[in-house]
Design a protein around this ligand. Structure first.
Ligand SMILES: O=C[C@H](O)[C@H](O)[C@H](O)COP(=O)(O)O
Length: 367
């Protein structure tokens, strides 16, 4: 397995030009990770995590680079404030490394718990956390993984599968009636009922097809994704994949439904113009008031722009021109035999190096 190759593929995954910067998050629970295009993020966190010496080197490098950018702040300036840009850069690098490590821990535990050696058809989702899923699977004996076919959810995961030397499967060729054994995928936000927001990296349509084709859908994420209500942690809005000709009409309808400032996702800085998905469509990010899991008594779904997850999810897909949206909702794989959009379990790597698992029966518990 070529870890370095896989890590470099993360850097140029579909959201390199499409994902809204993580730094636009305003959340106290999520340490501000540097935007992927910032200089501080140019070090490779996935390799640094495993080699503390490299983290140290990257931090030292970050310091000296920043000193060069701020020549007026000499080393002998005793009046320098405690929180200098240099310290902030160092903190940002350690926060980013901690987040990467938490993704790796979640992925590795999820694979350990849910990938049986007898499985032959495996779905691989999109995003930066899934890279560690592939990494964990690639560390298994070749005699096991060579019996498996891996089904991607977009260009990035197809590249990951190929780089790991795995056999690529095509979901369109999976015979009718047959299901994937398991699918691993990330999420942008997870509520206590295991509803998800996905599509922060512009992948959601193929993800939903692959997840619902699996007997078991397992979610992997870091601690920033844990949420009480969808829309409280992931504030950019619900990603909605839309046919280009329908975009203005969809924006109008989203406003009528109570979305506050739905907008077309730009492709910048990676691409001029709009973000184009793996399916050649556009992404509209539609922010709503935090989504409920239950309707308060006497209230109607959508009244004053307040929606339940299920109510909004069903309403969004009815809009002509909407190909799919990033709300994964409804039944989980524990409740139905097939077609579940909600995972059977969500694995979260925590900032303290532990892993928590969230299921419908047990809630959020430490492994
Ligand atoms: O569009 C991208 C996918 O839905 C990802 O699975 C989701 O955005 C989570 O990505 P990450 O693991 O990079 O946070």
């Amino acid at each position: 397995m070529n870890t370095h190759r896989i890590a470099s593929l993360t850097a140029r995954r579909c959201w390199s030009g499409a994902r809204p910067s993580r730094s636009s998050f305003v959340s106290q629970q999520r340490p501000a990770a540097p935007a992927f295009h910032s200089a501080a993020a140019n070090f490779n966190p996935s390799t640094s995590v495993r080699h503390p010496a490299i983290v140290q080197r990257a931090q030292t490098k970050g310091q000296s680079a920043l000193h060069n950018n701020f020549p007026h702040q000499s080393h002998t300036n005793l009046n320098r404030p405690l929180h200098t840009p240099t310290k902030m850069a160092t903190d940002a690098v350690s926060a980013a490394a901690r987040i990467e490590e938490s993704k790796r821990l979640a992925a590795s535990q999820a694979v350990q718990d849910h990938l049986l050696p007898t499985y032959t058809h495996i779905g691989i989702g999109s995003g930066s956390t899934v890279v560690y899923v592939v990494d964990a699977i690639a560390s298994l004996p070749r005699s096991v993984t060579s019996q498996m076919a891996f089904y991607p959810t977009g260009d990035q995961s197809r590249d990951l599968i190929k780089a790991a030397g795995f056999r690529l499967g095509y979901i369109e060729d999976l015979p009718r009636g047959q299901m994937l054994d398991v699918c691993f995928d990330g999420a942008d936000e997870v509520d206590p009922a295991l509803n998800l927001i996905k599509g922060g990296g512009a992948c959601l349509l193929q993800e939903k097809i692959v997840a619902t084709a699996a007997r078991k859908f397992v979610c992997v994420a870091d601690f920033r994704k844990i949420s009480k209500n969808l829309g409280t942690e992931w504030k950019q809005g619900i990603p909605v994949e839309v046919f280009p000709m329908a975009v203005p009409r969809v924006l109008d309808e989203l406003k009528r439904l109570g979305s506050t400032g739905a907008k077309i996702r730009p492709g910048t800085p990676g691409k001029a113009g709009a973000c184009v998905t793996d399916n050649g469509l556009r992404i509209v990010d539609a922010a709503f008031k935090p989504l409920l899991t239950q309707l308060p008594e006497g209230k109607k779904d959508g009244e004053e722009g307040v929606w339940t997850v299920d109510g909004l999810a069903r309403r969004l897909i009815e809009i002509p021109g909407v190909a799919e949206h990033g709300l994964f909702y409804g039944k989980s794989g524990l409740e139905v035999e097939s077609g579940a959009q909600k995972p059977v379990a969500a694995y979260f790597g925590m900032a303290d190096g532990t892993v928590k698992v969230q299921t419908l029966e047990k809630g959020l518990v430490r492994v």
